[in-house]
Write a protein that binds this ligand. Sequence first.
Ligand SMILES: C[S@@+](CC[C@H](N)C(=O)[O-])C[C@H]1O[C@@H](n2cnc3c(N)ncnc32)[C@H](O)[C@@H]1O
Length: 210
Amino acid sequence: MMEDPYRNYAGIYDRLFDSMNKGLKLVGIRMFRPSKGMNILDVGCGTGSHLELYQRYQCNLFGIDLSPSMLEVARERLGDSAQLDLGNATEMQYEDDKFDLVISMLSLHEMSPDTRSTVLNEIKRVLKSDGRLLLIDFHPGPYKPMKGWISKTIIFFSELVAGRKHFKNYRQFMATGGLATLLSQNQMDIEKQSILAGGTFAVCLVFEDN
Ligand SMILES: C[S@@+](CC[C@H](N)C(=O)[O-])C[C@H]1O[C@@H](n2cnc3c(N)ncnc32)[C@H](O)[C@@H]1O
């Protein structure tokens, strides 16, 4: 069986990060306001706290995650209001052109460069042609004093304790320009963007460049 890097963190993940991350998620919802009946997929849904914010819009909610322990927390939180699937986002079970919106927060930076591109291709496949991708992830600055410096320091140490592979992928993601570079390498365009928390986070609404 594959190792679950979140086994020891799933139970405390929300206590550590939920209040810090909620404001970023709300910025994302303002960028793309869901309408009733839309199909929405959260890639790397973790404990389900992001999908929970979409419950009020009466959409069809789906989440996929590699970590059984994170998904267990998500299942307790969301019950049957979302379809939650254990799986790798490199190879998703969903049919082509299914989703109006795919969201993904803090998942891409921890993947290897090859995995990121494969996952973006899978996201393109499952998105409708006029669908949108909402990404929230770390931003490589410039950082504003003092807020940005403090936030950057907290991020750096939380990535450091997340394990060697995770930290290596995070460093590569930051050194190569974060979401902006990744998206342009994968023929995706940013329609709207907010840089927040003193330059340490980016919220991007993205569409496929056909
Ligand atoms: C830092 S957590 C973020 C969780 C959630 N998106 C949030 O913002 O609270 C990253 C999540 O991405 C998941 N993940 C990483 N690589 C994945 C992959 N290839 N397929 C599916 N999930 C993945 C991890 O298991 C983890 O739950």
